[in-house]
Design a protein around this ligand. Sequence first.
Ligand code: WTA
Length: 662
Amino acid sequence: MQTNSEEIIPLPLNFKTHANFNLENYKDLQASFQQDYLGTWAKLAQEELFWHKDFLQTLDDSEKPFYKWFPDGETNISYNCLDIHLKDRGEKAALIFEDEAGESEAFSYKVLHARVCEFTAYLKNLGVKKGDRVCIYMSLCPEAIIAMHACTRIGAIHSVVFAGFAAHALKDRIDELSAKILITQNGFYRRGKMVNLLEVATEAISGNSPIEDLLIFKRVKEPLSLQSSLKIQIHDVERELKNLVHLAIKNLNLSTHEVPEQTPEWLSGNDTSFILYTSGSTGKPKGIEHNTAGYLLWAKLTSKWVFDLKDEDVYWCTADIGWITGHSYVAYGPLANGATVFIYEGAPNFPEADRYWALIEKYKINIFYTAPTAIRSFQAWGLEYIEKHDLSSLRLLGSVGEPIGTETWKWFYQNIGKSKCPIVDTWWQTETGGIMISTLPGVNYMIPGTAGPALPGISAEINPEGLLHISKPWPSMLKGVYKNPDRYIKGYWTTIPDSYLPGDLADIYAEGYIKIGGRNDDVINVSGHRLGTAEIETALAKHQTVNESAVIAIPHAIKGEGIVAFVVLKQGLMNSTDSQQSHGSTEERERILKEHVANEIGAHAKPERIIICEALPKTRSGKVMRRLLKDIAQDRLPEGDLSTLEDKDVVAKLLAVAKLKR
Ligand code: WTA
């Protein structure tokens, strides 16, 4: 297929000549991968990572699809992100943080390393060891990143749960992980309001919970009450840490500025570094398990190649640590390259809709990586917020998480990048560990709305049905689904034999440019957050009034997709929907059900609309006809073949209730 050449945007000359990765490197590497696929990965791994013990085997595929990368080598993620920079970059800023109130803090590599070592000692003191699962439920703040690094330093498996998740969702993850430690904070500020994370965390572990120790960082000035009826140890981390460091200094005769060095645990390349839950097509999210060496190798290389990270850059990725982007492109990849990473804890429109632009101006951000949903909001808020600020420090922009679309791409390019910053539209997933498809800013021209070619080493293909698949294993691939090998095999490796199936549809154009079309399964993407329709239906089913439901997504101007839930209430409730006295009005029911979903999963899963109906449109074999619901939710007369419907009258009834709701 040919693309419209008018759409091509050439790379700026300075990138062609000065990028970390240029056309020559690209051609050499492509040729090398073609000649010797595994040998090239081995060479990159030797060049890029510090190995405590060299690996002899690059890939063990004897139990495929449970591929094991660098299984006999020994390394450590945190060591590769921090210790290796101490000599040359000790005083360089590793992390710069600003909270919503405008308080900021900078951590040099030396200080970040010291803080990670302290917290490592603290966790070890609590008995945390290699292989233990540690759950982190925190905002995007330095302590969260320190906690992640302390875990990888010990070889404890961290599982970060996005701070927007509700108590039930947190509890499900803790239980499946059998996590003994939960790290949280007493709160943080978002849009000027205190978010009480501790309350949610406490609710999640009340009752039967594997958690033995609850660690609380005091991040807001509320007094910390350590009284609780829970049968667990509750820790004021700040106070205990101080005591621990004090004691260590005394015992080891160190000066007050020294921190006891914490030798990292040397892990096998294939040991699990972290588990991150993501939504799939069933009601239960799946724990995506990542390895150690292959994951870090690709996070490091892609940060260097795709973002063209240079020593003098200030890099800002707006993703939260609760998502994979916050792992690979906030906590690990950029630090492995010795970069300066900026993080911001608050909302983009607080106190005004220009907060991001003010931050870019203040910290002279050079690289800005965000999500299309955010860009669409900036677009809606208006140019006046942007024009107030000097964005001339920016030199590269990035997009991730959902299709950006041609118009939003162009808006971003013109108004934020002032038509001089290349945009990298990066396609990847929680499962892939790192970016798989993207243009490289020193190599490839751009086509607005088209992600670009697969990166070197990544074998992306598209089958005749339009399914994107990856035909060769790559180092940062997931190593499995936690406690569920069947789901790993069936979900990713069965549809196309020996090929990894991400579940996205795509088209391929000239020169291997790939345009992502969206999901091919029941996973929806709301503001760049993955949610399973079945997951929302399972949450709705838990409400006492709900008999059954069907959830679909419809296009949403800002969020990309919006959730609509068709709900059938339990018998006896349907006929009295408008009798306020007995069961409340329809509006009230809808509000309650929306809140219920937010309480079960999190606010990001709250449906835009709940449509209470008498029955769902089902085929004779009992399957819900979702395309029909999609039409109805968008005020369209259903198209296509409806002959397999069990009850044809259902269409008219659905149209009537859906319209009534406008
Ligand atoms: C979608 C986020 C189009 C895709 C890193 C994928 C994208 C899912 C893009 C993974 C992009 C991600 N263009 N769609 N540049 N990037 N997606 O696991 O459907 O939260 O399967 O990882 O987001 O979402 P996840």
